[in-house]
Design a binder for this molecule. Structure first.
Ligand code: FES
Length: 163
């Protein structure tokens, strides 16, 4: 099973490399495409990407680890994003993120031990006038209080996550 998954990953990466390698500044769009396809950028694809783009492994690894957007591990069944940009910060986003860490039982940029939720701080979800904002799975939520957060998470769990 593991071998099948790795073979599938390798084939996917080969296809994505072929689609992106001749673009100017190919690394970033390629990494985005890998994450979109696999849900994360596995460490074992770094050498393959480095070779294809004529970069060092350290350069590719450095970009993957510099940008929090790129996950190196598979995400939980639902990704919870808490906006930390200015409008949301002024309406309690920091406290909301701390609350989310307690409720989900994982720090920002990590996944709960049961694999249900990955918690990610993000910068602007486009709901600045209705701050603070979060996203659970594909759904956006505005004016999120700690109580509303708890309700949304409970509803996600009842729905079997993803929300
Ligand atoms: S600042 Fe939070 S949604 Fe824009």
């Amino acid at each position: 099973m593991q071998d099948n998954t790795q073979t599938t990953h390798r084939t996917t990466i080969e296809t994505l490399i072929a689609q992106h390698k001749d673009l100017p500044g190919a690394l970033m769009p390629l990494l985005h495409a890998v994450q979109d396809a696999l849900g994360h950028v596995p460490d074992d694809v770094v050498p393959q990407i480095a070779t294809a783009l004529n970069l060092s492994r350290a350069e590719v690894h450095g970009v993957v680890t510099f940008y929090h957007h790129f996950r190196r591990e598979p995400a939980g069944r639902a990704v919870v994003q808490v906006c930390r940009a200015e409008a949301c910060q002024s309406c309690g986003a920091d406290d909301l993120l701390a609350h989310a860490e307690r409720v989900l039982g994982c720090a920002a940029h990590h996944t709960s031990t049961d694999g249900a939720f990955t918690l990610e701080p993000v910068f602007c979800l486009g709901l600045c006038a209705s701050s603070p904002a979060i996203r659970i799975g594909e759904r956006l939520h505005s004016r999120v209080t700690p109580e509303k957060f708890d309700r949304l998470v409970a509803a996600s769990v009842l729905a079997g996550v993803p929300a």
